[in-house]
Write a protein that binds this ligand. Sequence first.
Ligand code: NAD
Length: 295
Amino acid sequence: MSYKLLNGKEISAQIKNEIAEEVKNIIAKGGKQPHLAAILVGTDGASETYVAHKVKSCEQVGFKSSLIRYNTDVSQETLVKKIIEINENTDIDGLIVQLPIPDHISEDKIIETIDPKKDVDGFHPVNIGKLTIGLPTYISATPKGIIELLKRNNIETSGKHCVVIGRSNIVGKPVSILLSQKSETGNATVTLCHSRTINLKEITLQADILIAAIGKKEFVTADMVKEGAVVVDVGIHRVKSDKTKSGWKLKGDVKFDEVAPKCSYITPVPGGVGPMTIVSLLQNTLSASKKEIYK
Ligand code: NAD
């Protein structure tokens, strides 16, 4: 089967242009420049890269951004104080804390300290609750990006069997809720699989749309995929490579070369879900700045 790529790089560039245009108009009318603040703890290579992309993307669309860095040994108290300070800063519209954070700090405490109004990552329980019952909210960036990628490629979800592998709070669980939601981009029959699922392959073979968010390199192989399926690969794994300048390249949770020929559509890694995630964060920040969700 000849497959089409779900080109997140191209679509995210279009969306960035749309956002940049809107920001220009807002500022021309004397409105406020959207402002995203990011907190980064430590110097983990992947986190550094993600945050650098986010900051660069803010510049590209005309947002202001502030990066606040801490050493790995920062106390929870210091972080909490900083978050409260940012919550009260009327110039900052959105705040993200790049995860993971060191083990001595409670991730739950940090997320719950962020004002839901500024929680543009959509990780706060209030925003997750709203997402679950279908109220307007900041939808976390990766699930929002996946839905937008399907929508902009006119991929019908209504009545389709979507199989999601992975039940994390930031990807698998919210995307399964969005796809099953009574909405234009939902209405699917969803099966959520995870590490305790028995006979995984029997289930994935039924998928019209298969979403892989497992965190295991090239886990999904051709024998797990139905002919003509749409496959969305969320995984990001750095592997060493002597063919690239950086010395490494990215792989996904799907064994692309053998799975792609069976698909109608598939996301590449890189250039699929990754860029859509960043652009979704920008959309949430713009929304926060315009006070669309919380007045
Ligand atoms: P996670 O580790 O929190 O969750 C992995 C999930 O996979 C778990 O729910 C687990 O039950 C399930 N799982 C593990 N082994 C399994 C097995 N053998 N069979 C079935 N299910 C199994 O991961 P996450 O945070 O959701 O991230 C998943 C992947 O996506 C990672 O590679 C991560 O780097 C990547 N990611 C990418 C983006 C992006 O923007 N592209 C964003 C977030 C995460």
